[in-house]
Design a protein around this ligand. Structure first.
Ligand code: TMP
Length: 220
């Protein structure tokens, strides 16, 4: 039986891992099976959160300020978009979520993981203790060697504040994702992103099918 209740799926990886095109393919595959899909991203997804995104991506600030801004954006995004969509049994596909904060602000910038955990609990709780802390049902992690990602980015676009960081920063961010994956292996599907787009897409669809979130031939 395909899953029919609200579903929250996040997509993660270092800059240049190539997740965006695959998110759209997942959206279309789910819609073809009759699901209503909400596409969103972080930081962003609401007018307030998109305003905060511009600050986080372009302005110099310390890691605590950065963490507070991404979590403030997340709070607004959860309240206005993610929670209402899940309550209507929609599928929410989110380009990045809290794992990015642990990877970028935590591992990349060296910010205190304990503080991030506290913020995660505050921001992702609804106030109703029985509901616990909101987490994605599945996180698709596009794992790519930072040197390969850097070569892709160099060809691609004008870099923002994070994309222009040195390779060592992305080595640390990749380590941050690996650590989050290790802590919650049930939630994570690690995808080898160092393959052709077709092979990556097939693996992504297979990960969704393995969870019962897509039925039929994966990659169709
Ligand atoms: P994007 O380019 O994939 O849309 O991501 C925006 C950038 O923001 C990306 O470089 C990662 C960074 N980021 C953080 O540093 N912390 C976060 O919590 C999130 C969601 C993104």
């Amino acid at each position: 039986m395909p899953h029919t209740e609200g579903l929250f799926i996040s997509f993660e990886g270092i800059d240049g891992a190539g997740k965006s095109t695959h998110i759209e393919a997942v959206a279309q595959a789910l819609e073809a099976q009759g699901r209503s899909v909400t596409r969103s991203r972080e930081p962003g997804g609401t007018p307030l959160a998109e305003t905060l995104r511009q600050l986080v991506l372009n302005d110099a600030m310390d890691a605590l300020t950065e963490s507070l801004l991404v979590f403030a954006a997340r709070r607004d995004h959860i309240q206005r978009v993610i929670a209402p969509a899940l309550a209507q049994d929609r599928v929410v596909l989110c380009d990045r979520f809290t794992d990015a904060t642990f990877a970028y602000q935590g591992a990349g910038r060296g910010f205190d993981l304990g503080v991030l955990q506290t913020l995660e609990q505050w921001v992702q709780s609804s106030g109703d203790a029985s509901q616990g802390v909101l987490q994605p049902h599945l996180t698709i992690w596009f794992d790519l060697p930072p040197s390969v990602a850097a070569a892709r980015l160099a060809r691609a676009r004008v870099p923002d504040k994070f994309e222009s960081q040195p390779l060592a920063f992305f080595e640390a961010v990749a380590g941050g994702y690996a650590a989050r994956c290790e802590q919650d292996p049930e939630r994570f599907a690690r995808i080898n992103a160092d393959q052709s787009p077709e092979a990556v897409r097939k693996d992504v669809m297979a990960a969704l099918a393995a969870k019962g979130f897509l039925s039929g031939a994966p990659g169709a």
